[in-house]
Design a protein around this ligand. Structure first.
Ligand code: DGT
Ligand code: CA
Ligand code: CA
Ligand code: ZN
Length: 579
């Protein structure tokens, strides 16, 4: 794995600390550079070895940043950053995990009260000392107190979009470990949960110690937490990775057990017991002739365990994809024989929510179109931000600018290899209205309407109004949640889904790993009322198109079939839906 990610995180930390010190402009350019470094197609370590000029091929990286990159690879640290950390010895990640507390507030809290940790923040808030700081007030203090439990909980969970690539690089590494006969990711990651407590990897081998040694020797291991004869745990990129090595004949049983969820497994075990069967990580055992079934793990005759399918077969429950295993009705449905045929990544034919440099995207219309074609899409919709509630810093386009962009999009569309829809991402105001005029809405092919402001509290009426608006085709990231950062809007998804179905408005699964909004369980409820789903990346650069898979697996967690999802349809059918 290249070290671009690591360097990008350093500059993000740098930006946060500068923000905390009240420095202007610089933090923004550091963040932009960090993003470009992370996405850059060449390895930054290789560029740094060629000197500052080579590093400056990355867009947004000038002299000030390239010199620090070179310094980092030469000395192992960036001296300015080391100084900043000493000046502001705060746990930035922990404190900014509290909704409403950004790096600037962290700086003020440290200056005024010396707060460095979440515990100190809580103590100060409870003692009423925060409201005495200028610019904070009683309301802010109350909000901070309210949001601390959520921040604390989210501290230990990692985003799916961070954990998945890491796990996949381990799986690829195991290709070269000759003693490993089978290996697979298990746990919440195999179920594609939006956030992940730890990564669980399962392997089968006749020589477990060799596999464990290879695992702890993996180049990206930062820290070995424990290493035994059958399991090990390491830390890599801030994530804990558990490895268990089992016998080849037990692999299916172990995979089923360690995939979970716990609730799904408990339900299955009860079904097993009703049939005089015992189910555990070593297999399914027939215990009808066993005097004491609790005498050990392997009792009675083993009837399944080599494959995961055999485990379900033994219980006469049809096998089901891991994404469904949350005990949300999947076992009953499987027993009825009515499991959905879940959507797959290959079913996706287009992306309907993405940005260009006309608003806050990184690339031109042409580049985004070419990128979508290269990714394999049949169509895309350019949907830059309109101005309106929640848009700051002049990012959003006025109506007349949207009309100029429309002509530009049509011009690109003429020569494009794929179908190009012209759209917009409008903002939903407090009453559910949208931030563009009727003339623009009529001229465009597609309006995504998204909440970007006032993202607290109950919003059922607001969103029902928005999806009932005849101009609106897609409700974008409906809750506005940011994983580990902000809970977002609360609303009655069933009411919103009913209105959406009635007015032919699709509900988005925003595939950005920070959002995954709608969530799987909300999708499941929305589908009961016949709503159409649209899975979009909200791409700000062509590299983001590949994030679509996180949306697809979230849809699978919501029991979606291909037909339920607008952008599995042909471009003509999408056009018909848009009316
Ligand atoms: P996470 O890591 O918090 O995102 O969630 P999981 O589901 O990966 O949970 P984890 O890592 O604690 O355990 C992995 C799987 O192992 C879990 O999904 C089900 C299984 N498992 C762990 N502990 C138990 C248990 O006490 N009972 C049962 N039935 N299964 C367990
Ligand atoms: Ca786990
Ligand atoms: Ca685990
Ligand atoms: Zn948005």
């Amino acid at each position: 794995m290249s070290r671009n990610h690591e360097v990008a995180s350093l500059f993000e930390e740098f930006a946060d600390l500068l923000d905390a010190k009240g420095v202007e402009y610089k933090p923004r350019s550091y963040r932009r550079a960090a993003e470009n470094i992370r996405e850059h197609h060449r390895d930054i370590e290789v560029l740094a070895a060629d000197g500052q000029n080579a590093v400056e091929e990355i867009s947004g990286v000038g002299d000030a940043i390239s010199s620090k990159v070179v310094e980092y690879f030469e000395t192992g640290e960036i001296s300015e950053l080391v100084e900043l950390r000493a000046e502001l010895p705060v746990n930035m990640a922990e404190l900014t995990a509290v909704e409403g507390v950004g790096p600037k507030s962290v700086g003020k809290l440290y200056d005024a009260l010396g707060i460095t940790t979440l515990d100190e923040l809580e103590e100060a808030a409870k003692a009423g000392r925060i409201q005495e700081i200028s610019g904070f007030g009683a309301k802010t203090e109350e909000n901070i107190l309210e949001n601390i439990p959520f921040a604390r909980e989210s501290q230990n969970r990692e985003l799916l979009g961070e954990a998945r690539p890491l796990a996949e690089s381990i799986l690829a590494y195991f290709e070269d470990v000759s003693e490993a006969e089978k290996w697979e990711v298990a746990g919440s990651l195999r179920r594609w949960k939006a956030t992940i407590g730890d990564i669980d990897i399962l392997a089968a081998s006749d020589d477990p110690e060799a596999v464990i040694e290879a695992f702890t020797d993996w180049a990206d291991v930062d820290d070995v937490i424990e290493a035994g004869t059958q399991k090990a745990a390491v830390r890599s990129g801030g994530l804990r990775i558990d490895l268990r090595v089992v016998e080849v004949g037990d692999f299916g049983a172990a995979l089923q057990y360690f995939t979970g969820s716990k609730a799904h497994n408990v339900h299955l075990r009860n079904i097993a017991i009703d049939q005089n069967l015992k189910m555990n990580e070593y297999g399914v055992f027939d215990i009808s002739d066993v005097a004491d079934p609790d005498a050990g793990q392997r009792v009675g005759e083993r009837v399944a365990g080599e494959t995961e399918e055999s485990m379900y077969d033994a219980l006469s429950v049809p096998w089901m994809p891991p994404e469904l295993r949350e005990d949300r009705g999947e076992i009953e449905t499987a027993l009825d024989g009515t499991l959905p045929t879940l959507i797959e990544e290959v079913d996706i034919r287009g992306d309907l929510h993405l940005h260009t440099e006309w608003s806050d995207g990184n690339n031109t219309i042409e580049e985004m179109v070419d990128g979508a074609a290269a990714f394999g899409h049949d169509y895309l919709c350019i949907s830059d931000h309109a101005t309106g509630p929640g848009m700051v810093g002049g990012v959003g386009l006025e109506d007349d600018e949207l009309l100029s962009q429309l002509s530009a999009v049509r011009a690109v569309a003429e020569d494009a290899a794929i179908e190009v829809f012209a759209g917009v991402e409008a903002n939903i105001d407090d009453e559910g209205g949208i931030s563009i005029g009727d003339e623009v809405a009529d001229a465009l092919d597609l309006v995504v309407a998204s909440p970007h402001s006032n993202l607290d509290g109950d919003a059922t009426e607001r969103l029902v109004t928005a999806v009932s608006n005849p101009h609106v085709a897609i409700l974008g990231h409906p809750t506005g949640r940011l994983l580990n950062q902000r809970l977002g809007l609360e609303f009655d998804i069933e009411e919103v889904a009913k209105a959406a179905a009635e007015h032919d408005t699709a509900l988005e699964i925003n595939a950005n790993p920070h959002r995954l909004d709608l969530s799987g369980s909300m999708v499941q409820q929305a589908l009961k009322h016949g709503a159409t789903i649209s899975i979009n990346t909200d791409a700000h650069r062509p590299e983001n198109y590949e994030l679509i898979r996180y949306g697809v697996h979230t849809a699978r967690r919501g029991w979606a079939e291909a037909d339920d999802v607008l952008n599995t349809w042909s471009a003509d059918d999408v056009r018909d839906f848009l009316g």
